[in-house]
Design a binder for this molecule. Structure first.
Ligand code: AGP
Length: 609
């Protein structure tokens, strides 16, 4: 989704801004722009439709330079993707701003500003902010005070950064509902919507709180909170080498990330290696909170929601703990009746998903004994605002389609099941068995990755199709949902998942030779039931693609294509079958020629509702 980078320094900053945008490219965007105040104290900008490389080409042709500037990648919400709607937006050649989020009351503000003679060039909600700022500085307010007065008028979510050619050292910014971080330098300071954008210039960051307004100059950082009280926010040093985000031998990030799973999974459960799953893995005070838990409410979006659906089977089956799972955008807007003693568990790769964050903030009912987030990004908003956290060790995920983040979330949930289970129905022998079995997981995923050639051949049958059905039963129903989501996300084939037992209650009517049916068929207790469901498809002329345990007796036959999967313990099968379905979607998308890592209309981190 949209990305912000800003800098104020004693050196030229255009390359720092562009490098920051390149590092945010993976988040998904449709246009990009940059504005600097040059040596003559004029605002200079480039705005381009398309990739950051187009912006770079414009910059090479006609360089804009300066020691202070702002830059942006835009993911369209209000107004079509276009150079005019791209940020930065200007007001009367004096001020420039970039904005992430949505201003809900933009129409009323636009009408007010038009009545006062402001001319709007774009269709964006953002443009009202820059004209409001212009009006405020016109009354004599300093840029910082002007920003404070402007945000008081805004309803919605925002991270904003602004520069003023009358004040060529300061960048003023504000956040409410969208992430923003200050990068601390020596004789220079920076701002970005994600610290990753600034790792080439600093490893020290100030994570801003909701409602903060900040002013940075090369030597100073001043923050006031939502009440206007001056605050000294803590500086955090992000240790560790900057992770490589190079493609290496791989053609796409998605493929690289699929192949990184054995290591990511091993690193995620390494915290428990050799001993039991300790409560402290979930943060300080976890034991005291877990002791009060009699049910679990999981809230998440998209792929992370699917991880929650898998966890429900484990928590109820293995730990004997009642569990509800809900999509965050639904959870946050309904009146709920919550069981007392409920642990709220949010799941989010990015830790910044707007609906999931809002759901956490909305869960104030005393029925909740605490909140736990399973996230992949330390210092993200969900991590900072939850009582407890479990950080998956997937490493940076660049591909919009989530792969290693999902499978590591499953490992995290298995560990939570063990931690809660010993307070429920799980004896220590079972808990030891589960910890031990996790050690087999990387090897089983390696074996699954070796099936790539067969899966690639299978993918050829999908490229001319417009629809696909995915079937699973039990814990593999959410895996079928995840498989369908991957296929639609990156190959644009309409795919739906059904619990196989539901087939004859409606979707069977869709089955014909033009509707491939993908089945997840591990060798578990539901296999025979699934086999009957698949027979129903076959006898109606359907074409079946069955990912089946190699020990189960599924045979290739006309219209039945079997991909033999490594046999594995039931509890690990959701991971291995997911990996196979990831490869299927990947190869379909590559053969169709779509933009695998940045599928159309989607963003990596969904920071607006
Ligand atoms: C996954 O492939 C998707 N891109 C998407 O569904 C994603 O899982 C969802 O937006 C939630 O993101 P989060 O995990 O960062 O909260």
């Amino acid at each position: 989704m949209c990305g912000i980078v800003a800098a104020t320094a004693r050196r030229e900053v255009s390359e720092i801004l562009l490098e920051g945008l390149r590092r945010l490219e993976y988040r998904g965007y449709d246009s990009a722009g940059i504005a600097l105040i040059d040596a003559e104290q004029s605002l200079k900008l480039h705005k381009e439709m398309g990739k950051v490389s187009v912006l770079e080409a414009a910059q090479q042709q006609q360089p804009v330079t300066g020691r202070i500037g702002i830059a942006h990648t835009r993911w369209a919400t209000h107004g079509v993707p276009s150079a005019v709607n791209a940020h930065p937006h200007l007001s009367r050649e004096r001020l420039a701003i970039v904005h992430n989020g949505i201003i809900e009351n933009h129409q009323a503000l636009r009408d007010e500003l038009i009545a006062q003679g402001y001319e709007f060039l774009s269709e964006t909600d953002t443009e009202v902010i820059v004209h409001l700022l212009h009006r405020a500085v016109g009354t004599g307010a300093g840029l910082f005070e002007a920003m404070r007065s402007v945000v008081a008028r805004l309803q919605g979510a925002y991270a904003i950064a602004a520069i003023d050619r009358e004040n060529p050292e300061q960048v003023v910014a504000a956040r409410e509902g969208s992430p923003l971080v200050v990068g601390v330098g020596i004789g220079e300071n920076f701002l970005a919507s994600d610290q990753m954008a600034l790792r080439q210039v600093t490893d020290r960051f100030v994570f801003l709180d909701e409602g903060d307004v900040v002013c940075i100059s090369p030597d100073t950082i001043s923050v006031v909170d939502a009440e206007g009280v001056k605050q000294q926010r803590q500086t955090t040093r992000i240790s560790g080498a900057l992770e490589s985000v190079e493609l290496g031998e791989f053609e796409h990030y998605m493929l690289k990330e699929i192949h990184e799973q054995p290591r990511a999974l091993a690193q995620t459960f390494a915290v428990a290696e050799g001993h039991r799953v300790d409560d402290s893995l979930f943060g300080e005070g976890a034991g005291a909170i877990f002791d009060q838990v009699s049910s679990v409410q999981i809230v998440a979006c998209g792929t992370s929601y699917h991880a929650g659906l898998v966890a429900r089977y484990w928590l109820e089956d293995l730990a004997g703990i009642p569990c509800e799972v809900e999509i965050a955008s639904e959870f946050r807007y309904r009146r709920r009746a919550q069981h007392p003693g409920t642990l709220l568990v949010t799941v989010s790769q990015s830790g910044e998903t707007a609906d999931t964050l809002a759901a956490l903030r909305d869960a104030t009912d005393p029925a909740f004994v605490g909140s736990l987030v399973i996230a992949n990004v330390d210092n993200s908003s969900l991590v900072r605002e939850s009582d407890l956290m479990f950080l998956t060790q997937a490493g940076t995920e660049i591909g919009v389609a989530s792969t290693k983040a999902f499978t590591t979330q499953l490992v995290a949930f298995l560990m939570l099941t063990i931690a809660l289970g010993r307070r429920g129905t799980m004896d220590s022998a079972k808990s030891d068995e589960l910890v031990n079995v996790l050690h087999d997981l990387p090897g089983l995923v390696e074996q699954t990755l070796q099936l790539d050639a067969g899966i690639k051949r299978m993918a050829e049958s999908f490229i001319q199709k417009h629809h696909a059905l995915f079937l699973g039963r039990g814990v593999h129903y959410p895996i079928a949902m995840e498989g369908a989501l991957k296929l639609k996300e990156i190959s644009y084939i309409h795919a739906e998942a059904y619990a196989a037992g539901e087939l004859k209650h409606g979707p069977l009517a869709l089955v014909d030779d033009d509707m491939p049916v993908v089945a997840v068929a591990p060798g578990d207790e539901l296999m025979e039931k699934l086999r009957s469901n698949l027979e129903e498809v076959r006898s109606r002329g359907g074409e079946l693609y069955v990912f089946a345990d190699r020990a189960a007796d599924f045979q290739d036959s006309p219209r039945v294509h079997v991909l033999p999967m490594p046999s594995c313990p039931d509890v690990l099968a959701p991971v291995t079958y997911t990996v196979a379905l990831q490869l299927l979607s990947y190869h379909v998308a590559v053969q169709k020629g779509t933009d695998v890592d940045k599928p159309r209309n989607l963003a990596k981190s969904v920071t607006v509702e």
